[in-house]
Design a protein around this ligand. Structure first.
Ligand code: 13P
Length: 341
């Protein structure tokens, strides 16, 4: 298979009606924070056990087209010694890998951040392919404030995303391009929309500059919502309206799939918002789906709490959340479905 055929095959597997992506690619400090909240030690064995629980849950292939793994997880196995990427592939789920190496301040743009990890990326992808990964993920973040993101922050982060995406496609990996406008702060929905529009505009301009083929990428944006500290919550219909308006203005129809991050929304909130978009905009040019980490995992991790005897119960909770998001993918979710796990 040549590179083009490989990209075609992977994107067709990743963007399927009714399905979405699980982000299970938390870095060591981030998974440590999530584990601490449920009283679990951040050991390699606990990380393996927890991620094996999700990758090995029977039935996930009905709702998941892909799982984003952390580098370490590519080498981990189930209790019976099967590598986790193999466990996923057997269920028809494509394994992917987060390839960015964290972030730090962006000099010249006070308050903005920039992500690391481009050096040696092509070589790392060769290794990840041998371990079974077929797509990659890279995240840039944009804090919202009076002066942030700065024009420099918007440009520099777009450039990073485009350079990463170009390397991925050269190596036959479908890139997930993740520009996350952060939920922190007391900004309005309108301010989030304004920032999101500028960010996405710059990202697609940069992708064009770097000759990235739009047909072979997945966009992973944040939804357009008010800041976490804003006194007024938005309804799913308001979120759907504002988000799709921004996407229509900025994301070419050639992009096959848009898979949202959850970004600190509660599990049911993220599901309801995704549902509203699919229910209200049936004629949109792209598939609208999920690539949630917290909104899929929070209840699963709480049900597991680090104990082997809870694995079955935690897998049932996981399947329930997947079923709800599968319904939201079709615009058929209703909150009363939550009562029937
Ligand atoms: P959340 O859904 O928890 O925002 O995580 C998505 C993700 O992959 C962040 O990079």
């Amino acid at each position: 298979m040549n590179t083009e055929e490989e990209l075609q095959r992977t994107i067709a597997q990743m963007v399927q009606p009714g399905k979405g992506i699980l982000a299970a690619d938390e870095s060591l400090p981030t998974i440590g924070k999530r584990f601490a909240a449920v009283g679990v030690d951040n050991t390699e064995e606990n990380r393996r056990g927890y991620r094996a629980l999700m990758c090995g849950a029977p039935g996930i292939g009905e709702f998941l087209s892909g799982v984003i793994l952390f580098e370490e997880t590519l080498e981990q196995t189930t209790d019976d010694g099967t590598p986790l990427p193999v466990v996923l592939a057997r269920q028809g789920v494509v394994p992917g890998v987060k390839v960015d190496k964290g972030k730090g301040p962006l000099p010249g743009a006070p308050g903005d951040r920039i992500t690391y990890g481009l050096d040696g990326l092509a070589e790392r992808l060769v290794r990840y392919r041998e371990q079974g990964a077929r797509f990659a993920k890279w995240r840039e973040v944009y804090p919202v404030g009076e002066r942030n993101p700065t024009p420099l922050g918007v440009e520099a982060n777009a450039e990073m995303l485009a350079r990463y995406a170009a390397v991925c496609q050269q190596e036959g990996f479908v890139p997930i391009v993740e520009p996350e406008v952060l939920i922190d702060g007391d900004h309005t929905l309108e301010r989030c929309a304004e920032v999101s529009e500028a960010v996405l505009h710059a990202v697609f301009h940069a992708l064009h500059r770097h000759r990235v083929t739009l047909e072979y990428l997945v966009l992973k944006p944040s939804m357009v919502i008010p800041g976490k500290e804003h006194p007024q919550k938005a309804s799913p219909e308001q979120v759907a309206e504002a988000t799709v308006r921004v996407l229509r203005r900025t994301v070419p129809a050639a992009v096959p799939g848009i898979n949202f991050l959850s970004g600190g929304q509660g599990p049911e909130e993220a599901t309801a918002n995704l549902n509203a978009m699919n229910a209200a905009f049936p004629g949109r040019p792209w598939e609208l789906s999920f690539s949630f980490a917290r909104a899929l995992q929070e209840p699963v991790m709480a049900a597991w709490a680090g104990r082997a005897r809870n694995v079955d119960a935690a897998q049932r909770v996981f399947l329930h959340r997947l079923r709800m998001n599968g319904a939201a993918r079709r615009g058929e979710y209703r909150p009363d479905l939550e009562a029937r796990p």
